[in-house]
Design a binder for this molecule. Structure first.
Ligand code: C2E
Ligand code: CA
Ligand code: CA
Length: 709
């Protein structure tokens, strides 16, 4: 017997006791378990309480007969099988019994084998039925499961027929694409695709290949069905083929595909790409983008034999704006600068920000150098108009360097380098101008390099020396102080003035060891003068802003004061207005510390920078040095006279000492005297002199300034 239906329970329903018992005992002998009911009524009762696999049912019984029992079973949908056992042989009865659900009919009297055969047949039919039912249930469940999986997939799944018409798609069509399934099925795939992607779509969406060779990860854009979004989907598709029994190649019957929504991912990638190639502040291309375009531009210029221009543009006064008005205004200015530059472009030009206030411009196709000059002139003109930023009127001119392909180089690096050199040259020649590269500039570039190397060596070989220029008290005419000025006695270049090497020293940072050398020499000399009783009231030393900004600057001075046992009040440091503009708070702290040590602070070249009255109040300034360019050059030079007059009035109002520089003529001295300027310095009294000559002068101590009043 089947393991699933082990010990099937059989109910024997018969009103004849002998038959009932004989049936029951036959069943028991053959391994079946059975119960009996002696009437239709008892059968109904029993059936309400237990489940039977099979019922052997007598049709003719008094009271509730077999037909009624069967009707009852049908009404109550009992899951059992009925074999009718009856003496009634009429065909009507048999048909009626079978119609009401009996699965077989056994005529009394019956042979035991016949009975057992019928029972076994009925039970095995039931077994089969049950198995079928179970399989059916399983199938339904798995189909539901697959449908569920397909429909709840985050991806769009579809099949197309061999013509490219959609034959199936999952529910994702609605939520992802904005189309109902009905709107997609039956339509050709191409009606959904963005026109520019149709070619790619023909290749991937209707992919004919199968397996590993199938198209994968191809991005196709699809306009959303109901809104204006343009979706990007990544398609993977495979051909579907009908297997054939013959050797004939399998027949293509359609495509199966899966498409993933990569719209967001794509946007993120595009953003990352954008950021990698663009300057965030101005939205212009960056250095990387520029190099890419330049490389391409050079390749094309080479191929089609035309010229190309590369410009290096640098704002002339950006740092001052940034330092005085703050980074927010600085940033706004850069944005405006970028916008103004954009207005000067033609289609196809590439403008990029290299960083800071440096920009590069690529004109990829020009016929003549004049085209580049024309563009540069246009930019210079545009930048002649001041910018209105945050209530400030800012005049920030441009210096431009131009290099042409192939005239000034045929490689990317050479062109960039030469445009840069030309830009520096244009700055050196006075700013707010453009300069076309010339090979002579490169010599000066190499020259800068060799000068730098020689300066390094000069420090080791102690080729620098310090000269002193006396400062005269205008009341007494006597020497009140000295300004220490550096010189370079170069065996290769001769005796050099600071303007020939200080700018490069500032740029390269060599100004720091040079400044330290000057300070040491000054302290040594002061000690010597002190020892012979010739110490002047004050020695002024020029300090570069780069040096002052150094962390160890104050400590360096402190050590010197201790080492040479000198008082701070003997010294004055001269700084320029622009020093105050850099890193304001940090500098103010240092100046206060130095001031606290008795050291005086002088503002050098006053009037040429950007400092305002506010600066004079904010910083501990003891002295103002009127720049020599303001000394009236001729009798009646009223412009300069009024500037000098204004500075004198200002300084006196603030109780700040005034020193006039570059005093060469007696009438200049007289004017300063009238204006009650405190001190004067210039060739009129004395040129800068070597320390030994100053010692001689100090010994004589003549009234250098008395005779011109
Ligand atoms: P500065 O600080 O304005 O120095 C005054 C400059 O004016 C000196 O030039 C001096 O020789 C010159 N001078 C003095 N009297 C007259 C005059 O009557 N007429 C004219 N035309 N010029 C006069 P120098 O020595 O060539 O120095 C030039 C600049 O180099 C200095 O200008 C200063 O900015 C810088 N410098 C000089 N020595 C040092 C130094 O040791 N360290 C630093 N950082 N800079 C220095
Ligand atoms: Ca000075
Ligand atoms: Ca000066």
């Amino acid at each position: 017997m089947n393991a699933v239906l082990e010990q099937p329970m059989i109910l024997v329903v018969d009103d004849e006791v002998h038959l009932r018992n004989s049936l029951s005992s036959i069943l028991n002998i053959h391994g079946y378990t059975s119960s009996t009911a002696d009437s239709g009524e008892t059968a109904l009762e029993v059936l309400q309480g237990r489940h039977f696999e099979l019922i052997l049912l007598d049709l003719c019984m008094p009271g509730v007969d077999g037909h009624q029992v069967m009707r009852w079973i049908a009404d109550h949908q009992l899951d059992t099988c009925i074999v009718v056992v009856s003496g009634d042989v009429s065909i009507d009865s048999a048909i009626s019994a079978l119609r009401h659900g009996a699965c077989d009919y056994l005529k009394k009297p019956y042979e035991t084998e016949e009975l057992l055969l019928k029972i076994e047949n009925a039970l095995s039919r039931r077994r089969l039925e049950k198995e079928h039912r179970a399989i059916n249930l399983q199938l339904k469940a798995s189909e539901r499961w697959y449908r569920y999986m397909v429909n709840s997939s985050p991806d769009f799944i579809y099949t197309l027929d061999a013509d490219g018409v959609c034959t199936f798609c999952n529910d994702r069509a609605q939520s992802l694409l904005g189309y109902s399934r009905e709107a997609i099925i039956g339509r050709h795939f191409s009606s959904f695709i963005h026109t520019e992607d149709l070619e790619a779509a023909r290749y991937v969406i209707r992919e004919r290949r199968a397996g590993d060779r199938a198209a994968s990860n191809v991005e196709i854009r699809i306009p959303h069905g109901t809104n204006s979004t343009l979706l990007t989907l990544e398609f993977n598709s495979f051909g579907i083929y009908e297997e054939s029994d013959t050797d004939a190649p399998p027949k293509y019957i359609g495509t199966y595909g899966v498409a993933k929504d990569v719209t967001e991912k794509k946007k993120t990638t595009e953003l990352i790409m954008y950021q990698a190639y663009h300057d965030q502040l101005t939205g212009l291309g960056n250095r990387k983008l520029f190099k890419d375009h330049l490389e391409l531009g050079i390749a094309q210029a080479r191929r089609y034999q035309h010229k190309l221009a590369l410009m290096f543009l640098d704002l002339d006064r950006f740092k001052v704006v940034n330092d005085t008005l703050g980074h927010v205004v600085g940033d706004l200015l850069l944005i405006e600068v970028a916008a103004r530059l954009r207005n000067c472009l033609r289609e196809g030009d590439t403008l990029a920000r290299q960083g800071g206030d440096e920009f590069t411009l690529l004109l990829p196709q020009i016929n003549h150098r004049d085209n580049a000059i024309c563009a540069a002139e246009k930019i210079i003109k545009e930048f002649g108009v001041p910018f209105q930023i945050d209530g400030h009127e800012l005049y920030v001119p441009m210096s431009i360097g131009i290099a042409l392909y192939p005239d000034h180089g045929d490689s990317m690096d050479t062109l960039i380098k030469n445009a840069d050199i030309a830009m520096y040259d244009s700055k050196a020649k006075g700013r707010n101008r453009y300069q076309m590269y010339a090979s002579s500039m490169s010599i000066s570039f190499d020259e800068r390099f060799s000068l730098e190397i020689q300066m390094h060596k000069a420090l080791e070989k102690e080729e620098f020396l310090v000269v002193y220029q006396p400062q005269i008290n205008m009341l007494t005419g006597k020497i009140s102080g000295m300004e220490a000025l550096v010189r370079w006695a170069s065996p290769l270049r001769g005796y050099m003035a600071p303007m020939e090497f200080i700018p490069l020293a500032e740029e390269t940072g060599l100004i720091i060891p040079i400044g330290e050398f000057v300070l040491k020499s000054v302290f040594q000399q002061a000690k010597l003068w002190k020892q012979v009783g010739l110490l002047p009231q004050r020695i002024a030393v020029n300090i570069s802003s780069r040096h002052l900004e150094q962390d160890g600057f104050v400590d360096f001075i402190t050590c010197l004061l201790q080492e040479y046992d000198l008082s701070g009040s003997l010294f004055e440091i001269e700084i320029t207005e622009n020093t105050l503009l850099n890193d304001g708070d940090h500098i103010i702290e240092k100046l206060r510390t130095l001031s606290g040590m008795g050291i005086k602070i002088a503002l050098d070249d006053f009037g040429t920078g950007y400092s305002s009255l506010g600066y004079l109040k904010k910083f501990p300034i003891d002295t103002i040095k009127i720049d020599q360019s303001f000394m009236p050059r001729f009798a009646g030079d009223s412009d300069n006279e009024s500037i000098v007059t204004a500075i004198c009035t200002l300084a006196q109002g603030l109780h700040i000492k005034l020193i006039a520089e570059g005093v060469e003529k007696a009438d200049q001295y007289q004017l300063l005297h009238t204006l009650n300027c405190n001190e004067a310095q210039g060739f009129l009294f004395c040129k800068p002199l070597a320390s030994q000559d100053i010692t001689d002068l100090l010994i004589k101590d003549p009234p250098l300034g008395a005779c011109w009043v």
